[in-house]
Design a protein around this ligand. Structure first.
Ligand code: CA
Length: 223
């Protein structure tokens, strides 16, 4: 398993790198956001540990550009900042997990193990998923309703994709968390309800059709 550590504080980078090598991971380090992004787009990593405050490009921007390029490598954000906004924007941009410095190395190792064994999202080989005018094009990473584009964030898009890939199947909140977030970082599932609300309200802006159905006490489905 190959892990990229993006961290400009040399002491932390060296410490984490030594610990990961001790656990038999193949480790690569970068201290600069722009350089890290180049590494991520030119080489294969199984996981990226990404600091937020970085020279070159900050970690949130690195993450945003990765996900824009459809690079879904798991990312653990690592940062000294502990504001709720950072956490929300990191997770919303597609970070899989979040650790605040100072952290215990055992906790980082546990989260790495959890992410590396998390089931890969179930994906169909169809490039275009659709249901009654709602079209999700995986090659363009776009969503339209009767031809009108709908702008979704990474997680909102992931939710819609999971529901469309399982047409008429009720997905539980746990299943959606697992498929879209990769792993249950909140320890509770109401984050799914929040994101379903976001997706619904964006769809309602362009259509009167109600695509996503709530199955009370169970979860959600389309169709
Ligand atoms: Ca830093």
């Amino acid at each position: 398993m190959r892990i990229l550590i993006v961290e400009d504080e040399a002491k932390i980078a060296r410490f984490v790198s030594l610990e990961l090598k001790h656990e038999k991971y193949d480790v690569c380090c970068s201290a600069d956001g722009r350089e890290a992004l180049e590494l991520i787009s030119s080489e294969d990593f199984d996981l990226v540990i990404l600091d937020i405050m970085l020279p070159g490009l900050n970690g949130l921007e690195v993450l945003r550009r990765m996900r824009n390029d459809h690079n879904m490598t798991p990312v653990i954000m690592l940062t000294a900042r502990d504001s709720v906004m950072d956490k929300v924007s990191g997770l919303d941009m597609g970070a899989n997990d979040y650790l605040t410095k100072p952290f215990a190395i055992e906790e980082l190792l546990a989260r790495i193990r959890a992410l590396l064994r998390a089931p890969k999202p179930q994906t169909s080989h169809e490039d275009i998923l659709s249901y009654e005018g709602l079209v999700l094009d995986k090659t363009k990473h776009s969503v339209t309703v009767d031809g009108t584009p709908v702008e979704l964030t990474v997680k909102e898009y992931g939710l819609l994709q999971a529901l469309l890939e399982n047409l008429s199947v009720v997905l539980t909140r746990e299943q959606l968390l697992e498929q879209v977030w990769g792993y249950d970082y909140f320890g509770e599932t109401n984050v799914v309800d929040v994101y379903i609300r976001y997706v619904r309200s964006k769809l309602e802006n362009v259509t009167a059709k109600r695509y996503i159905q709530t199955v009370r006490g169970v979860g959600y489905k389309i169709g």
